[in-house]
Design a protein around this ligand. Structure first.
Ligand SMILES: C[S@@+](CC[C@H](N)C(=O)[O-])C[C@H]1O[C@@H](n2cnc3c(N)ncnc32)[C@H](O)[C@@H]1O
Ligand code: SF4
Ligand code: SF4
Length: 308
């Protein structure tokens, strides 16, 4: 089919979004206990309803319409549609693949690959499934270190795995990676998972430990101490609000989920539709707020600075 015959993307207006994320598939081979994607009320039907040609065409149109510079390729598990991701990456200046690492670590020189692991082996496997840690470690060690790809591990910290933070860093410092990112859990409203902290004040002890880890591993840990400090209970709500009204990333990131009708849909924010902003731990959010306060760089360079 010629490109002009392919359906046009949903009309999201014509404003600029320098940063966007696309869930290239709602299919995933894992069932992580903390995952926001599969919460009720999100566009997450596991059948892929947008074929490769249509998705590439629509991403190109949206890139031009919204002047998108930085694209996150997510899912589901994006590497299930590996060829589509590689083609999609040719459309954007800066790209990041966020993957569970079980399909290997893609080599994408000049771009970032974030590999999710949620703590040391036993803890990670309780969250991500038996054998996942070993499989991902093997894939990370099999990568070619000097291929020009920035490979970052990402741990989502919850009440369930918080005790493993220090051990995780002690292990990761010997891995062939460019760093470790940490982001506290984003709970849903009325969260009954037991993964959340009942209040921000109860989360503070973890934030203090993250700040201490940044002091101990200044190069390994991909976080700004200043951004981490904003997460403390005395200031966090200034950057989230009870309903996202203070959030610097809500409304500034184009979130592309594929809905049941096979069209792109935007969700409340990149963490889906059911979120408790008042207790949100998104590092991206606090880092973006920190850069606004310190007036550093444009949005795209701040997205890149998430890795700095
Ligand atoms: C939704 S996953 C999609 C990409 C891929 N399947 C993976 O696991 O990396 C993207 C990232 O969101 C994180 N994530 C999932 N649920 C979360 C939550 N409730 N709060 C914060 N981060 C979460 C995952 O751990 C992962 O690092
Ligand atoms: S691998 Fe990623 S998308 Fe799949 S369940 Fe885990 S966090 Fe969610
Ligand atoms: S849940 Fe989403 S909108 Fe709410 S504060 Fe966090 S990133 Fe912002």
């Amino acid at each position: 089919m010629s490109e002009s015959a392919l359906p046009m993307p949903t009309d999201f207006g014509d404003r600029e979004y320098q940063v966007a994320m696309v869930n290239v598939t709602n299919v995933c081979n894992l069932k992580c206990s903390h995952c926001f994607i599969f919460r009720e009320g999100n566009p997450n039907s596991p059948r892929d309803k947008m074929d490769d040609a249509t998705m590439l065409h629509q991403l190109r149109v949206l890139r031009d319409r919204h002047r998108i510079k930085y694209m996150y390729f997510m899912g589901g598990e994006p590497m299930i549609r590996r060829d589509l991701v590689f083609e999609g990456m040719k459309l954007f200046e800066h790209c990041q693949i966020v993957t569970n690492g079980t399909y290997g670590i893609p080599s994408v020189p000049g771009h970032v690959v974030t590999v999710s692991l949620d703590g040391p082996e036993e803890m990670n496997d309780r969250i991500r499934g038996d054998g996942v840690f070993g499989k991902v470690r093997e894939a990370v060690f099999a990568r070619q270190r000097d291929d020009g790809t920035d490979v970052i591990l990402q741990m989502v910290v919850t009440r369930q795995n918080q005790d493993g933070l220090e051990d995780f860093f002690a292990e990761a410092r010997d891995w062939p990676i460019e760093g470790v990112a940490v982001s506290p859990y984003v709970p849903r409203r009325d969260d009954r998972s037991g993964l959340d902290w009942p209040s921000l004040a109860e989360r503070d002890q973890v934030i203090h430990r993250l700040i201490a880890l940044k002091e101990k591993y200044p190069d390994l840990m991909k976080a700004n101490a200043g951004a981490l400090r904003l997460m403390l209970s005395e200031t966090a709500m200034d950057f989230t609000g009870s309903d996202g009204e203070n959030c610097p990333i809500k409304g500034n990131t184009l979130t592309l989920y594929v809905g049941d009708d096979g069209t792109f849909q935007q969700t409340y924010c990149c963490y889906g539709n059911d979120v408790d902003c008042a207790r949100c731990g998104s590092y991206l959010l606090f880092n973006s707020a920190y850069h606004r306060l310190t007036k550093g760089g444009g949005v795209a360079s701040r997205a890149a600075a998430r890795m700095a």
